[in-house]
Ligand binder design. Structure first.
Ligand SMILES: [Zn+2]
Length: 324
């Protein structure tokens, strides 16, 4: 199956508008589709495939061609590295050899998933094909890490960036996928604008508990006598690094909230962010972000967990009162 997730978000994206205009004017030989969100890239591939082959011209999802694209059974679409694991030299040689085989229909498309996993030797093997593939062949390279691509490959492909989405767009997509409102709100707030990451978060029960725990910490930390109890709770979480990550995201959202409330998920989170943001000055929040980063570094160096968290909570209290 080639899933088409986040369809509304993708249809409204700048990347898709670029792609559509290229389809109208004539496709390039090769594209590099760049996003840190693999799920999103895969769905973008699916949408492009449907757009290219749809009998109704608009990636309808209903016609025979669209259905073949969705079932990964389209004869003129070749997927390479669907499992996004590794691309070996042999895979590239096979691809290069198959490019010359004529398309059954009017064009042939290659979707190379996570092309940035090719090493330099493999990328070099692909160069000539990228430069002058047979007529009506187009290669799409899905790339999470652009810096892993050789300059020679980059210069022979047209770069299409999948931008990150607003939290509200991601929230709507998660609701459409049947996630409950609380999970969708937490996940979209913590997704960094990446719907694939949001989906993972929405499916992880720990995340909502981390989110609630982090909010409780920011709400309940008022005086030194609160530290011991709060610290014990933080130290008990299963994945401290992920908890600190969630805490940073909430604090970053609080900073954003102070400037442009409409850009955060506070509505879906029941206005919690508003009350919370009022308790902390902006400089305090910035200082807390800095402290959280320090603690994460310390924990990587195996500094004692409780000592690190105690020190974080005391610093948080200090800056909270200093810059109220
Ligand atoms: Zn169709």
């Amino acid at each position: 199956m080639s899933e088409l997730l986040f369809e509304n978000a993708l249809r409204g994206s700048r990347a898709y508008a670029l792609m559509r205009s290229d389809i109208e004017r004539g496709l390039s030989h090769a594209y590099m589709v760049i996003s840190a969100d693999d799920e999103l890239t895969d769905s973008f591939f699916t949408l492009c495939g449907m757009t290219l082959f749809c009998q109704n011209g608009d990636a309808c999802g209903e016609c025979a061609e669209c259905r073949k694209v969705l079932h990964s059974s389209h004869a003129d679409i070749i997927h390479v590295n669907v499992e996004r694991s590794d691309i070996k030299r042999d895979d590239v040689m096979e691809l290069v050899g198959s490019v010359a085989v004529r398309a059954l229909g009017k064009r042939k498309i290659y979707f190379i998933h996570r092309a940035d996993l090719m090493n330099a030797v493999s990328q070099n093997k692909l160069l000539k094909t990228l430069e002058e593939p047979p007529e009506n062949v187009t290669l799409f390279l899905g790339v999470a890490n652009e810096r892993a691509m050789l300059a020679t490959v980059r210069s022979r492909t047209r770069a299409i960036y999948l931008d990150s989405f607003d939290e509200s767009v991601i929230y709507d997509e998660l609701i459409r996928l049947g996630k409950d409102e609380k999970a969708a709100a937490v996940a979209s707030a913590c997704s960094d604008g990446m719907p694939g990451r949001a989906l993972l978060i929405a499916d992880s029960p720990e995340y909502v508990s981390y989110y609630n725990g982090a909010v409780a910490l920011l709400e309940g930390l008022n005086r030194s006598s609160d530290v011991a109890d709060m610290s014990a709770r933080v130290c008990a979480v299963k994945d401290i690094d992920e908890f600190l990550n969630v805490l940073s995201i909430i604090i970053r959202d609080m900073i954003i909230f102070k400037h442009s409330p409409e850009k955060t998920m506070s509505g879906q989170l029941g206005g919690g962010l508003e009350a919370l943001s009022a308790k902390y000055g902006e400089r305090a929040l910035a200082a807390i972000l800095f402290e959280i980063n320090n603690v994460r570094k310390k924990l990587k160096l195996n500094v004692n967990l409780q000592a690190s968290i105690d020190s974080l909570l005391f610093s948080m209290l200090e800056v909270k009162h200093k810059w109220q």
